[in-house]
Design a binder for this molecule. Structure first.
Ligand code: NAP
Length: 354
């Protein structure tokens, strides 16, 4: 008999991409699918649902009828519902995009092209909670798994360029508004006038800053030592995925690209390795990584969110030894669609693994 699958958060940025990928891969045929909502219970459910109207995402009885729950709703929802559901005796599989349960001892982080053995061990050990990692962390590990597999990575400093869709649907809607508002103010001005009057007014209720024609080097809340939570996640989550400690730190920046997160990396190698060997290790690690030649043409064409968005490609380029320091310091630029490998795809694949 098909297992009952509950989907929560399917209307959001990650959820819509997840549903599209599940449709494309025929995943819905494997389950009896139940669609929940925190805000629209009782309204019409999508055709894929096993029922006519949306179920209430806070109805613990309905949730506990599910064999598997996949939530792309967000951390607040997870915190409100997950613990109470487990305490009520529900022992199904919970798969989550939010960060709330990532560092929980009873959860396993999922990125199966990188940590399938960790996932298999967790399943064998009876783990029932599987969580997608932070989007930039997952993309970093997907891009560099060839170097991690060989034990070549000593530490990484990463400077991210993160797309607005990483902030959710409401932020994207506001960003579209900012684009329009700035467009009106820019209309018919010369280049010099635009630069001289670079003080546009725009709505910033959701994003909390002027992002259009700007950037925000702060993502998420503050943790200790002046670090942001987004920056803090890099080391702890990468270490949990890989099963050993890896030091990663840097500055996470929100930029005005719509989709796909990019990262400029300084990577300290554990030993001296030929550049051609490094390129081969990166490019041949798995089917989703694309090594981009370090040329102006290839860089402009492929190390660009317009190239990777909507694809499962993780592009890695600008690979060269740094000309500062004398210590095997590698320069790399990598990017990929944070809604796919950074969020929906590891969850979708976990569903199939279960
Ligand atoms: P989101 O776009 O804000 O959607 C979450 C929920 O918000 C929706 O399911 C919907 O729930 C509600 N919602 C409210 N206004 C909406 C609107 N105008 N359009 C669509 N939905 C709206 O969140 P998200 O970016 O998908 O992120 C979900 C979780 O995944 C978060 O924990 C996030 O940290 C994590 N994550 C996100 C990304 C990313 O790139 N966005 C990457 C990795 C992890 P109801 O239908 O119940 O109202």
């Amino acid at each position: 008999m098909s297992k009952s699958l509950g989907l929560i958060g399917w209307r959001g940025m990650v959820g819509q991409v997840l549903v599209d990928r599940m449709k494309a891969e025929g995943d819905f045929k494997k389950f009896k699918s139940h669609f929940f909502s925190t805000s629209q219970a009782g309204e019409s459910a999508p055709e894929l649902a096993d029922h006519k109207t949306l179920l209430d995402a806070y109805d613990k009885k309905a949730l506990s009828d599910m064999d598997i729950i996949i939530s792309c709703q967000g951390g607040d929802y997870t915190k409100e519902v997950y613990g109470a559901l487990r305490e009520s005796g529900w022992n199904g599989y919970w798969i989550d995009a939010a960060s709330a349960l990532r560092m929980d001892e009873s959860s396993c982080l999922v990125l199966d092209p990188v940590n399938r053995s960790v996932i298999d061990k967790a399943l064998n050990d009876g783990v029932k909670t599987f969580v997608g990692a932070n989007c930039t962390v997952s993309l970093l590990l997907m891009g560099l798994s060839g170097l991690f597999n060989e034990g070549l990575v000593n530490w990484i400093s990463t400077m991210s360029y993160q797309a607005i869709s990483g902030s959710g649907a409401r932020a994207v809607e506001e960003y579209a508004k900012q684009i329009k508002e700035v467009g009106v103010q820019i209309n018919e001005k010369s280049a010099m006038e635009i630069i001289n009057h670079n003080n546009f007014s725009m709505t910033e209720d959701v994003i909390g800053a002027k992002l259009m024609a700007g950037l925000i080097p702060w993502i998420d809340s503050e943790v200790e030592g002046g670090q942001t939570r987004e920056e803090w996640k890099a080391s702890v989550e990468a270490s949990k995925i890989l099963g050993h400690q890896i030091d990663i730190d840097g500055t996470c920046v929100r930029v005005g690209s719509l989709r796909s997160h990019a990262q400029a990396l300084t990577l300290k190698l554990n030993k001296s390795v030929e550049l051609s060997t490094i390129e081969n290790l990166i490019g041949e690690a798995h089917q989703w990584v694309e090594l981009v030649e370090n040329s102006p043409e290839q860089t402009k064409a492929k190390l660009n969110p317009h190239y990777t968005s909507g694809t499962l490609n993780v592009a890695v380029g600008r690979v060269r030894m740094l000309k500062i320091g004398n210590e095997n310091l590698l320069n790399i630029f990598t990017l990929g669609d944070q809604l796919l490998w950074g969020a929906a795809e590891p969850l979708r694949r976990m569903l199939s693994i279960i």
